[in-house]
Design a protein around this ligand. Structure first.
Ligand SMILES: *Cc1c(COP(=O)(O)O)cnc(C)c1O
Length: 403
């Protein structure tokens, strides 16, 4: 086989479909978020980032960066091993305690990423629970799907947020078998929210364990930023809460929070936890500072919600087809992969606005979109620039306006 020819051919197939990914080469500017430098060929241009998952700008918070500098100077760059082999630093322990306290659970367990947290936790539960079944929402993130597949447990997929279908799937399972229901709170491509209470009621009825991915909600919802389950007063009814330290908290890493026995079990059996070096101490220190800060600053959350509502209203008033979203995520429908990429390119190269195109397989074909994530740092002036640029691009490309 001509391997390189094969690789290039598969990539060409993506290009033909208009869904070849080109990364924007950005240089973030601490102190000036959401501005960044964009490296384009030989030139460099100042742009505004409109699609960051650093939802609160915590990646440049001076207390967070100071904590990271301090830990770097005190403890050095790397952790020095896996958690079991000299890689447990005191910051890891403090961070796990903080996350347990945030979610009002007995224990927390950190991983190198949210992806690994999902993959390892669901993978371990699925492979260890005797004759277990994992029941999974059809829109769940790739990290959950991959973990479930890796576990080789039986899996049942229920229609997205469809409680009748979830109950039908639960009803199909012979009584007595262990069940895990895996779902997200905020689904990040549409900006919709799971009917968490209804899922928990069904879990009670069928004696199932519940696993919620709050990656797009931690830091952002609830009195202390513990997520939608906190906002809705449901945290204590959920067995496993999973989150990331990379989005609302602005650093990197992932975690679960749950009972002491559950966390000890995953700590002791989870491959992705055991066999990978732990996060660097400066990262753990930065994440710890960020979680503490975000818990205490609910005005950040209020401002974040206000910015999202304002952007939705302003784009809609400008005739731009904002898709329905009950969260901070502002998706705009384009409905064609080539035009979606074109709109994104025009915004970047002609208007200094960066929002990446979202195409299949991340979203269904025909629903290709631009996904805006306004932060508290996107002020009215930046919004004026964005709305004007969007109107101009919509007109130029002849894109569909809001109905
Ligand atoms: C980003 C994401 C993850 C992975 O989290 P990382 O910390 O970025 O690895 C997990 N679940 C969902 C829903 C995500 O969007």
């Amino acid at each position: 086989m001509d391997y390189d020819n094969f690789f290039a051919g598969r990539v060409d197939a993506l290009k033909a479909e208009g869904r070849y990914r080109v990364f924007a080469d950005l240089e973030r500017k601490a102190g000036d978020f959401p501005s960044a430098k964009s490296h384009q060929g030989t030139g460099v241009k100042d742009i505004t980032v409109w699609c960051s998952n650093d939802y609160l700008g915590m990646g440049q918070n001076p207390l967070v960066t100071a904590a990271m500098h301090r830990a770097l100077d005190e403890s050095g760059a790397g952790a020095g091993g896996t958690r079991n082999i000299s890689g447990t630093n005191h910051y890891h322990v403090l961070l796990e305690q903080e996350l347990a306290s945030l979610h009002k659970k007995e224990a927390g367990l950190i991983f190198t990423s949210g992806y690994v947290a999902n993959h390892t936790t669901l993978g371990t539960l699925g492979s260890m629970l005797p004759d277990g079944v994992i029941v999974s929402d059809s829109n769940n993130h790739n990290s959950m799907i991959a973990g479930i597949r890796h576990s080789q447990a039986e899996k049942k997929i229920f229609k997205h947020n469809d409680m009748a279908d979830l109950e039908a799937k639960l009803n199909d399972i012979s009584p007595g078998r262990p069940i895990v229901i895996a779902f997200e709170s905020v689904y990040s491509m549409d900006g919709d929210i799971a009917p968490i209470k209804d899922i928990l009621d069904l879990a009670d009825k069928y004696n199932a364990l519940t696993f919620i991915d709050e990656v797009h909600a931690v830091g952002l919802y609830g009195a202390e930023g513990a997520g939608v389950a906190e906002r809705d007063g449901l945290m204590d009814r959920i067995d496993i809460i999973q989150g990331t330290l990379a989005k609302g908290f602005g650093v990197v890493g992932g975690y679960i929070a749950g009972s002491a026995s559950l966390c000890d079990f995953i700590r002791s059996y989870g491959d992705g936890f055991i066999f990978s070096s732990s996060m660097p101490p400066p990262v753990a220190a930065g994440a710890l500072e960020s979680v503490r800060y975000v818990r205490e600053h609910s005005e950040l959350r209020d401002h974040h919600q206000e910015r999202a509502a304002t952007l939705k209203r302003r784009l809609t008033e400008g005739g731009i087809p904002v898709m329905p979203s009950v969260t901070h995520i502002v998706p705009v429908l384009v409905g064609d992969p080539v035009l979606c990429k074109q709109a994104s390119d025009d915004l970047l190269y002609n208007h200094g606005i960066y929002v990446q195109p979202i195409n299949y397989p991340t979203v269904p074909r025909g629903t290709e979109r631009l996904r805006f994530t306004p932060t508290p740092q996107h002020d009215d002036l930046l919004m004026d620039q964005l709305v004007d640029a969007m109107k101009s691009v919509w007109h130029q490309l002849g894109l569909k306006e809001a109905a």
